[in-house]
Design a protein around this ligand. Structure first.
Ligand SMILES: [Zn+2]
Length: 209
């Protein structure tokens, strides 16, 4: 009987230990999410991966390919060849990379504001936004669809604003908020096609020639 009781107590102790380990493990797993939210100040929400957020809302490459294959001209009625279509897809992926990297770099430096810039005028964006429109990191976090590229062939870039000053309180020329009284303005549809010799022109712009 005594042996049975001791055995029973041992089993109970093991069960209690198992439950505690389980609870602690659960707490440990929750910590990374918590640490993303609890940090004080405006940077609290910034650490979420912008690429992951963007992938959820942007069309897949397959969807883009299918869409482009049925289109014969761009927004300016320029004809689209197979190599143009391919170039548009390459540019789309490359601009997603560039913009996500810009935000990741900004995050690593604690950048709070970003502004839009264009190596040259983007026909698909010109009626919606322009160089110098700025957004906060928090707005990007809440509305990942304000991360360029906005449409096929888009050359818009989001640039971290150096310095930690609050752009809302500055009068820096050319910079103005993109959001209108907290409301997100209309953005181009991704289906807008701009055929552009993007890679060459952007490379030229970057090297300053
Ligand atoms: Zn554009």
């Amino acid at each position: 009987m005594a042996a049975f009781l001791i055995g029973l107590i041992l089993v109970l102790i093991l069960v209690i230990i198992a439950i505690r380990v389980g609870v602690e493990k659960e707490e440990a797993e929750e910590t990374p999410i918590d640490s993303q939210i609890h940090v004080s100040g405006i940077y609290s929400v910034f650490r979420r991966d912008p690429r992951e957020q963007l992938e959820k809302i942007r069309p897949s490459e397959e969807e883009i390919r299918k869409y482009l294959s049925a289109k014969n001209e761009d927004i300016g009625k320029l004809p689209l060849s197979d190599s143009d279509r391919e170039e548009i897809i390459v540019a789309w992926n490359s601009y997603i990379d560039k913009n996500v990297l810009a935000i990741e770099k900004g995050d690593s430096q604690g950048v709070e504001f970003y502004y839009y810039d264009f190596p040259y005028e983007c026909p698909g964006c010109k009626d919606f936004l322009s160089r110098g429109h700025y957004v906060s990191r928090e707005e990007i976090y809440k509305h990942p669809h304000i991360i360029p590229p906005f449409h096929l062939g888009c050359v818009c870039m989001i640039i971290p604003h150096s310095g930690t000053e609050n752009l809302r309180e500055t009068t820096e020329t050319g910079l103005r908020p993109f959001f209108d009284k907290g409301q997100i303005p209309q953005l181009p549809e991704w289906t807008c096609i701009v055929k552009s010799p993007d890679k060459q022109r952007y490379a030229i712009d970057e090297s300053g020639k």
